[in-house]
Write a protein that binds this ligand. Structure first.
Ligand SMILES: *[C@@H]1O[C@H](CO)[C@@H](O)[C@H](O)[C@H]1NC(C)=O
Ligand SMILES: *[C@@H]1O[C@H](CO)[C@@H](O)[C@H](O)[C@H]1NC(C)=O
Ligand SMILES: *[C@@H]1O[C@H](CO)[C@@H](O)[C@H](O)[C@H]1NC(C)=O
Ligand SMILES: *[C@@H]1O[C@H](CO)[C@@H](O)[C@H](O)[C@H]1NC(C)=O
Length: 607
């Protein structure tokens, strides 16, 4: 039997099973942030529950004239025009349309939201019970934009949707949708049930297609789409085909012949993740640009010392401006060219929200210059350790939960979703940068080395790299570097987020000795009452404003990552799933505080 021929089918048949089994459903639903200029507007809600017009009218308390039918596949859906208001719902400021719902026997909030209002009811998570005889005000999410020619539609993603199919059906532009939904991690990935704000063009789309690269990408995608289409998993198929193509380009076809169980295993490893489609960014990856030394000199004011924002083991980092973009330029001695080229190769291929992006590079005299997008808010280390001295407010708990998740996603991406399997090798809080919204990006892949996917996970490093305090036992003892090396170091990062302490702390009893956070975490779980032991070491900067259960869960993940044996440590994708839950529950915890300004992080206000 020719495995090469039947394997794509094999992939497709297996996928839905893995999905049902292990996909964590994380509803993506964010209120639309109010603009100061707009108190209210006319907005649209998408209704796909298959009702008659008068039923929709009564559910939404609107006149029949406000309901416009719209065909979807073989179904009749509706656009419901409502008056969308900026209001404060249990501490969350945003645009909402309120309806009064009269609960019936056995009504459950989520069912009412999903089955009666197309999944568009905002839940604050505080109390969402529905009691018969108590009319309940439901807050439907809606949006307003300042552009007169547009109206915002609240849309719930349906199983076969892609961003471009949504845009086509609803007279919208894909980048317009991306702009209103900044949570979309990669432009092409959406999932059933996610809520999208779609800026519909009231007067239809402008006819002249923008001749940008972006448009071309979409044409490429749509082209591939239509050739693979008609499968309910078509978007997945694209990735699979993309992946296959790349695989077959790079591998001897014979070498990709594996036993079916090994294949199933690797499939599961690769696709159980909700963010699986991140790999599609391969379509977009562009070659880095070469810059001239003159351009670099101009950007940095002729390598002005005052522009230096950091010094690392590999050289200095300058702040600069190129065109209109702020950049960080890493200047390095080129006698280390192997490292530089490794870094360039890796970074060129990485486009991910949680990874600092390399714009290009220049080489000249005896130096090499890497040009990165500038991340304005400093490193996580600056925000955790003596933040006030560095001009930062201490991080709130929910900001920490978000940062942990962001950083985990960035690392997971380079582990699992890049074409080759990369290990960062130097994960630490100074290598995690924060932007204005306190969203984290992983930086500095200077130490990354390629680890072939065909190899087993082990990779023997030629020499020890990394930072003391973050190194796992096997790195120190046997000089082994695997993805589990990063997982271990990430465990230390989590411990820093929880305790606010540095990876290595001077021991109070023995001033000459350093104590490591690794020991601190392990000690907690050796205590009989781990929860109380944990409370003692939680960062004082949190001032008791944290949900103890979530902190405890994060500490458990830290301990898991810090397992002595590499095989006992989780994979980053498992860490991502666990942290996503913690982040979600931390948001709910924060919402339950009713937006007390001191605690409220502001992390989510940018949406
Ligand atoms: C429905 O229409 C009637 C008259 O046509 C109008 O008085 C009423 O305000 C409308 N209701 C809504 C919710 O628009
Ligand atoms: C809500 O949805 C359920 C399930 O589809 C249906 O039985 C019920 O009649 C709906 N309620 C209203 C008020 O339309
Ligand atoms: C939540 O709803 C239940 C009824 O289902 C009620 O007993 C409880 O008091 C409510 N809790 C809050 C905090 O409102
Ligand atoms: C709930 O609302 C309906 C109409 O929408 C009204 O007839 C009913 O009296 C209300 N019930 C309560 C308990 O307020």
């Amino acid at each position: 039997m020719d495995f090469q021929i039947c394997s794509p089918l094999f992939h497709i048949l297996l996928l839905p099973i893995f999905f049902m089994k292990s996909c964590v459903s994380e509803t993506q639903m964010y209120p639309f942030t109010c603009s100061e200029k707009i108190q209210s507007c006319s907005a649209l809600l998408y209704q796909h529950n298959g009702y008659q017009v008068d039923n929709v009218a009564s559910l939404y308390s609107v006149n029949a004239s406000a309901i416009k039918p719209i065909p979807y596949a073989d179904r009749q859906d509706y656009l419901v025009s409502v008056n969308c208001l900026c209001q404060n719902v249990d501490g969350t400021q945003g645009y909402f349309y309120d309806v009064v719902y009269e609960p019936k026997h056995g009504d459950i909030f989520y069912e009412v939201s999903n089955q009666n209002f197309s999944g568009q009811v905002w839940s604050t998570g505080v109390n969402t019970s529905l009691n018969v005889g108590e009319n309940k005000t439901l807050h439907l999410l809606c949006g307003c934009v300042e552009i007169d020619s547009q109206v915002v539609l609240t849309y719930t993603v349906q199983p076969t949707d892609t961003l471009s199919s949504i845009a086509n059906q609803l007279s919208a532009q894909v980048d317009g949708i991306e702009k209103l939904n900044t949570y979309l991690k990669t432009p092409d990935f959406i999932k059933e049930g996610w809520l999208l704000y779609v800026p519909m063009e009231k007067y239809g789309l402008p006819s002249s297609e923008k001749g940008t690269k972006k448009a071309h990408k979409w044409i490429l995608l749509i082209g591939i789409l239509s050739s693979v289409t008609l499968l309910s998993v078509c978007s997945l198929a694209i990735i699979l085909v993309g992946r296959k193509r790349r695989q077959s380009k790079n591998e001897d076809p014979k070498s990709s012949l594996k036993t079916s169980s090994a294949r199933a295993h690797s499939l599961q490893r690769q696709y159980t993740q909700k963010e699986l489609t991140q790999d599609i960014t391969v379509f977009e990856s562009e070659k880095p640009s070469f810059f001239s030394i003159e351009e670099i000199a101009e950007a940095t004011g002729d390598f002005d010392e005052t522009q230096i924002i950091g010094r690392g083991g590999y050289g200095s980092v300058y702040h600069g401006v190129m065109g209109e973009k702020e950049v960080a330029i890493k200047k390095m001695r080129s006698n280390n060219s192997k490292e530089f080229l490794a870094e360039i190769k890796v970074l060129c291929k990485i486009h991910h929200n949680n990874v600092v992006e390399l714009m290009g590079y220049a080489s000249g005299d005896d130096h090499l210059y890497l040009v990165y997008v500038y991340i304005p808010n400093g490193s996580l280390s600056d925000h955790l350790h003596d933040p006030l001295m560095k001009g930062h407010q201490p991080l709130s708990w929910s900001a920490r939960a978000q940062i942990a998740l962001d950083a985990a996603r960035g690392i997971e991406y380079i582990h699992d979703h890049t074409k080759s399997r990369y290990v960062h090798r130097d994960i630490k809080t100074t290598n995690i940068l924060l932007d204005e919204g306190l969203r984290a990006k992983v930086a500095d892949f200077g130490l990354a080395k390629l680890v072939g996917r065909t190899n087993e996970d082990e990779f023997i490093a030629t020499r020890l790299v990394g930072t003391p305090g973050y190194l796992p036992p096997e790195s120190v003892k046997e000089m082994q570097v695997t993805t589990k090396t990063d997982v271990f170091a990430f465990g230390v990062v989590l411990a820093e987020l929880i305790t606010g302490q540095r990876a290595l702390i001077r021991d109070n009893q023995e001033p000459n000795k350093m104590k490591s956070l690794i020991t601190v975490v392990n000690n907690i779980f050796n205590e009989e009452d781990a929860a109380s032991a944990l409370q003692v070491i939680v960062d004082g900067n949190l001032k008791d404003n944290y949900p103890p259960e979530d902190v405890y869960k994060m500490a458990e993940i830290a301990q898991w990552c810090l397992s002595e044996e590499a095989v006992d440590r989780p994979e980053m994708r498992e860490v991502v799933i666990a942290l996503a839950r913690i982040r979600m529950s931390s948001i709910e915890w924060e919402a339950s505080l009713g937006g007390s300004s001191q605690i409220f992080s502001g992390v989510f206000s940018g949406r």
